[in-house]
Design a protein around this ligand. Sequence first.
Ligand code: PLP
Ligand code: COI
Length: 341
Amino acid sequence: MNMETLDWKSLPFGYVKTDYNVRCYYRNGKWGELEISSSEYINLHMAATALHYGQEAFEGMKAFMGNDGRIRLFRWSDNSNRLKKSAEGIMMAEVHEELFHEVIVKAVSMNKRFVPPYGSGASLYIRPLLIGSGAQVGVKAASEYLFLVFVTPVGPYFKEGFKPVDMMITRTFDRAAPLGTGAIKVGGNYAASLRALEVAHHKGFASALFLDAKEKKYIDEAGPANFFGIKNNTYITPESQSILPSITNKSLQQIAKDLGMKVEIRPVPVEELGTFDEVGACGTAAVISPVNSIVDEATGEHFHFCKNGEPGPISKKLYEKLTGIQTGDLPDPYGWIEFVD
Ligand code: PLP
Ligand code: COI
């Protein structure tokens, strides 16, 4: 990769080939040695359960370059815990925390030259992947698994960056059922969301906003990001069985409390949208994406949040505090950061 051609400041959220990825296979009931690879391909049995029965889970986290030239990982153990839950949810071998840590640290440290420079607004996205690699033809869990981590330098998920976006409530598609797999990070959820996202993009919206699948009354989440609303000095975010528990959302709740705000985690009915002063989508990839407006696909009802197309003051404060901690510009009172040397 010729680094001269990488324009860090205008990187999209996409794939860039780096030098190495790190792999580990689970066979005969145990994890093997780490393998360092410079290939972008995997050699997979055609009857692997990942391909047929969706035994696949992934994670997403970021590493940031600080002004001091040190690389920071953000809350990696939360991602490790979530991957454990995903593995349990679709009956895959568990990646224990020590292995998870070893593999992500190796993947970052072997690709240091791809960590975007301090001040570029970009970061190194870390993508752990766990798949059933063993063959089965009947619907059964595999007995072999591959845990792989690759990294790629990324810019903002929504091309607008920290600029308000428009979203559309979808009533035509559900992403996940209440007792389904919505609360774990498995590939099937993303396949199920593709058509809704495509319709939203086609109509000019940055993302689709999903409602709870059972009653279609409450807000679930905003594509690949959680939803939050702000009013009366309160940070409000949906409680739902079918949304992914976002680590960014959890971090923003903590920051909001420390800014003297109240935090409510409860069902959020669609009608309540009209009462929020600010609305945002949050996630590792999206960071905070302030929401300018939301249109309801069914009724055409239109909710508007931003004045003069600018993010609201509280979203701005939350964004600055979160990104400040991640890049080391602000102190980390929570122990969220670990250095990779
Ligand atoms: N919701 C979904 C469906 C996601 O894919 C993500 C991204 O991981 C999030 C929410 C945000 O979660 P996190 O903040 O842990 O990245
Ligand atoms: C993330 O925020 O890490 C995500 O996984 C979002 C998306 C790219 C799936």
